[in-house]
Ligand binder design. Structure first.
Ligand SMILES: [Zn+2]
Length: 92
C-alpha cells in the first residue's frame, strides 16, 4: 500500500540576507509506502529507495503534508547570490 503525495504551491519566506520577502515555490512529488507494523517498517526502511511511514489506525493526512512541506524547506532561505532587491534592505 502506498500513497502518492503531490504538493504544489508557493510560500512567502524571509530572505536571511536582506530580510526581504521571497517566494519559495513548492513542488513535491513523493511516494510514501505505508507500513502497517514495526516489522514491515523495518523491512521497508532497509531499502534506500523506499520512503516508508508507519500507519497505525488512521493516517493524519494534514500532519503528514505539514511534515513533508516543513522537511522540504531550506534551513536558511535566501535570494540567489546578488539577487536581493537593492535599496530594499530592512535594517533595524
Ligand atoms: Zn534577499
Amino acid at each position: 500500500m502506498f500513497l502518492l503525495l503531490r504538493i504544489e504551491g508557493a510560500l512567502t519566506m524571509a530572505c536571511q540576507r536582506c530580510l526581504g520577502e521571497m517566494r519559495h515555490p513548492l513542488a513535491l512529488d513523493h511516494r510514501l509506502v505505508l507500513a502497517r507494523d514495526a516489522a514491515e517498517l523495518e523491512r521497508l526502511d532497509a531499502d534506500p529507495d523506499c520512503d516508508a511511514i508507519p500507519v497505525e489506525g488512521r493516517l493524519d493526512l494534514i500532519a503528514l503534508i505539514e511534515d513533508e512541506v516543513l522537511l522540504s524547506l531550506p534551513l536558511a532561505a535566501m535570494h540567489a547570490e546578488g539577487e536581493c532587491p537593492q535599496g530594499d534592505a530592512h535594517i533595524t
